[in-house]
Design a protein around this ligand. Structure first.
Ligand code: CTP
Ligand code: CA
Length: 226
């Protein structure tokens, strides 16, 4: 870090990271492919810049970054509650891969396969969109940053989410491309701003990409009304 004081020093930053697990029964769940590394890197980089960081983490195998307050959750509903409890904040970064659908009800005991059964139909219901709710919250953080994981039409879908969810920035990952994603330690992010700006961060280590993202956040922070 440079000797110049960061614009993030003293700010309250909430970061969500990792997947969520939606239980089907006591031994099974529906989850997303996410290691949590990108969100943890953002939390670590923000703490290093002097921010007061709350990291709401889904089930991941990662150590808590230095100086970060960590809240562990499992399901999308728990992540929603933990994020809302962490408000008010100055900046929200939604890096978690939140399940879009969860079983309508988790079975109390293990679902058996049984010989009279050829298949199994699970009823799924939509989860709440944490990011969109934070952006529409009466105590909206001055900056709301989303992530988007896309396999195709990355810019189109990412810009659509930016507008629809009323975000300040969205960082898009192209899933299945060289140089990043999921379990990798490296990543490439395409960052789109509400001002129409676009930039590419990486391919680089997730720590470096996180720092690049925070540089963009600092520029937007300086330019945003508050
Ligand atoms: N997100 C969230 N709560 C959800 C679903 C998504 O907060 N229930 C957030 C993610 O943390 C991410 C952003 O929304 O910052 C975009 O997630 P993504 O899965 O790419 O987009 P969706 O809006 O869920 O749309 P789709 O999965 O259909 O592309
Ligand atoms: Ca989704």
């Amino acid at each position: 870090m440079s000797a110049v004081a960061s614009a993030l020093a003293g700010l309250r930053v909430v970061v969500s990271a990792g997947p969520t697990y939606e239980d089907i029964d006591p031994v099974r769940f529906i989850g997303n492919r996410s290691s949590g590394k990108m969100g943890f890197a953002v939390a670590e980089a923000a703490a290093r810049r002097g921010a007061q960081v709350t990291l709401v983490a889904g089930p991941v195998a990662l150590a808590t970054p230095a100086g970060v307050r960590r809240v562990d959750v499992r399901s999308a509903a728990q992540m929603h509650a933990a994020v809302m409890a962490a408000l008010p904040a100055d900046i929200y970064v939604g890096a978690a891969a939140v399940a879009d659908f969860a079983p309508a009800q988790a079975a109390a005991s293990k679902i058996k396969k049984r010989d009279d059964r050829d298949g199994l139909v699970l009823e799924l219901v939509r989860t709440r969109d944490i990011l969109a709710e934070v952006a529409g919250h009466p105590q909206r953080p001055r900056m709301v940053v989303g992530f988007a994981a896309e396999t195709d039409n990355v810019e189109g879908y990412a810009r659509g989410k930016l507008a629809r969810k009323r975000l300040d920035l969205i960082a898009a990952n192209q899933v299945g491309r060289e140089g990043g994603g999921f379990e990798s330690d490296r990543n490439t992010l395409l960052v789109f701003g509400r001002d129409g700006s676009a930039q590419t961060l990486g391919p680089a280590g997730k720590g470096e990409v996180a720092d690049g993202l925070l540089d963009v956040v600092e520029r937007f922070w300086a330019a945003s009304p508050g």
